[in-house]
Design a binder for this molecule. Structure first.
Ligand code: MV4
Length: 505
């Protein structure tokens, strides 16, 4: 269990994040890399680095065998998988265990159970966690079974891949007639993506938000939650902006603790150890349903770190070393507001087409309440082989309004030449009244927001900055004076935005 050297089986900003935690803890580090990453930041930062192979992931960062061999050769006692790649691969976690290497993450059994969405649903439901009504079996269901069950589930419904997650192999079905074709294409997509064509049905929850709860568990069975993250700002299942708290939950501490306790129950159902995330769909009436559990460190973990003060990566290492959690539930307090913008190498004016190129100039935002997690630097070549995430810009403010103003300032300071980024998208979003008002669901970016329209509007609505500033000042006064009672504050605060929204409809 104890180790003094960690191999980081990842690249980019998350490899850097983990390396930095190790450095602060006095843990020695081993990096692995693919050919195009030979000069990457994580390779330079680690004390040792080993080549895995050519660019494609299945010849490099997915090579479980090589990674374990390098860990043994370099005498790394533990492997941190980061996110993506091998992070949710139960066989890899098992292989580490078999070789006497600590996998910094949950047990293989927990990864496997949560990886099968049918098993995950059944397991958490049995533990008292609300799941979306739908088919309720761990058995394989034939088309015939599904056609029979569909009317009971009710329309519209969603066909989901058992092996899926993140929307792959998912189909919306509005009536029975659409079922056969949708089943066929969902199965085909799932087979191609996961080598498994098993599917199940869920009633479709309309107009829901995506809110997730961060959990931490140690080897003694203690599990706590670190509050929620709002992740509804996404496009094609790619999250773009995350925040904590959620504007939908903000002042409702009772609801937060209720969701948190349920998330802990879901984690307990699989004897969860280390950091994980329970995803929920939350409707307007605050009904919430378990969607899936991510059994890994997530991209958006920094917003939780900012508001709770917990270093999640250090906690992961502490847990993996067999120590007790450094916090009990009552130690966890949420303070202020954090927002993360994912800075991607993609063109927001051209259907978010990925862009590539060499970073010719880079100047990062700094100053109070600003954190940038990045894995690239001047001269680095953004290649098409991996995801398009260049960096994460995270800000903290006392209130949501302060955080938005700070994000606007930080986005303005951010300079990157050589590759097209989605920074203009984030700038437009931070000025959008529905975003400012916290009035959005998972369909917002795809159906209600267009950067082109937002920018057209900008010329005619130059007062947005002034309105935001007024709003923030108004919030500060209210906070100081305690005029508005707890729980009511949020709605009242945003009446300014509502007024402005009506003016410009
Ligand atoms: C849903 C849903 C509505 N009703 N399930 C998308 C990816 C996968 N994690 C689950 N997803 C959804 N499942 C029911 N029963 C809507 C979505 C969904 C969604 C969920 C989270 C974040 C963004 C989303 C975008 C579209 C659809």
């Amino acid at each position: 269990m104890t180790f003094t050297k960690v191999l980081i089986a990842n690249r980019g900003e998350i490899a850097m994040r983990i390396l930095r935690a190790c450095r602060e803890l006095g843990i020695k580090t081993v990096a692995v890399y693919s050919e195009p990453d030979r000069n990457a930041m994580h390779v330079r930062y680690a004390e040792e680095a080993y080549l895995l192979g050519p660019a494609p992931s299945n010849e490099s960062y997915l090579r479980a065998d090589k990674i374990i061999e390098i860990a043994k050769k370099s005498e790394a006692g533990a492997i941190h998988p980061g996110y993506g790649f091998l992070s949710e691969n139960a066989d890899f976690a098992q292989a580490c265990e078999d070789e006497g290497i600590t996998f910094i993450g949950p047990k293989p059994e927990a990864i496997a159970k949560m990886g099968d969405k049918g098993v995950a649903r059944a397991t958490v439901k049995a533990a008292g966690v609300p799941v979306v009504p739908g088919t309720e079996t761990e058995e394989k269901l034939s088309d015939e079974d599904l056609l029979k069950l569909a009317p009971d589930v009710g329309f519209p419904l969603l066909i989901k891949a058992t092996a899926g997650g993140g929307g792959k192999g998912m189909r919306q079905v509005n009536d029975l007639e659409e079922m056969p074709a949708a089943l066929e294409s969902a199965r085909r997509e799932s087979l191609a993506a996961f080598g498994d064509d098993n599917v199940y049905l869920e009633k479709m929850i309309i107009g829901a938000r995506h809110i997730e709860i961060q959990v931490l568990g140690d080897n003694e069975g203690n599990i706590i939650h670190l509050g929620e993250r709002e992740c509804s700002i996404q496009r094609r299942h790619q999250k773009l902006v995350e925040e904590s708290p959620s504007p939908f939950i903000n002042e409702d501490e009772e609801f937060r603790q209720k969701m948190g306790a349920i998330a802990v129950q879901a984690a307990q159902a699989v004897d969860y150890v280390n950091a994980g995330t329970i995803e929920f769909l939350v409707d307007k009436d605050k009904n919430f349903y378990f969607l899936e559990m991510n059994t890994r460190l997530q991209v958006e973990h920094p917003v939780t770190e900012y508001v709770t003060g917990v270093d999640i990566v250090k906690e992961q290492i502490r847990i993996a070393r067999g120590r007790q959690l450094g916090y009990t539930q009552k130690d966890v307090k949420m303070n202020g507001w954090a927002i993360e913008c994912r800075i991607n190498a993609e063109d927001p004016y051209n259907n978010f087409l990925p862009s590539t190129g060499i970073i010719q100039f880079s100047s990062l935002p700094t100053g109070p309440g600003v954190r940038v997690d990045t894995g690239v630097y001047l001269g680095f070549n953004i290649s098409p082989y991996y995801d398009s995430l260049i960096s994460k810009l995270i800000v903290w403010g006392e209130t949501r309004g302060q955080a938005i103003l700070r994000m606007r300032r930080a986005l303005e300071e951010y300079r990157l030449v050589g590759v097209v980024t989605n920074i203009p998208f984030h700038q437009s979003l931070m000025e959008q009244h529905r975003f400012i008002a916290g009035n959005f669901d998972t369909k917002f970016v795809e159906e209600r927001f267009s950067i082109e329209k937002a920018e057209e509007g900008k010329e005619t609505n130059p007062e947005i900055a002034a309105i935001l500033a007024t709003l923030v000042a108004h919030q500060q006064t209210e906070r100081a004076a305690h005029i508005i009672q707890r729980g009511k504050r949020d709605t009242s605060n945003w009446k300014w935005v509502g007024r402005w929204e009506r003016m410009h409809r």
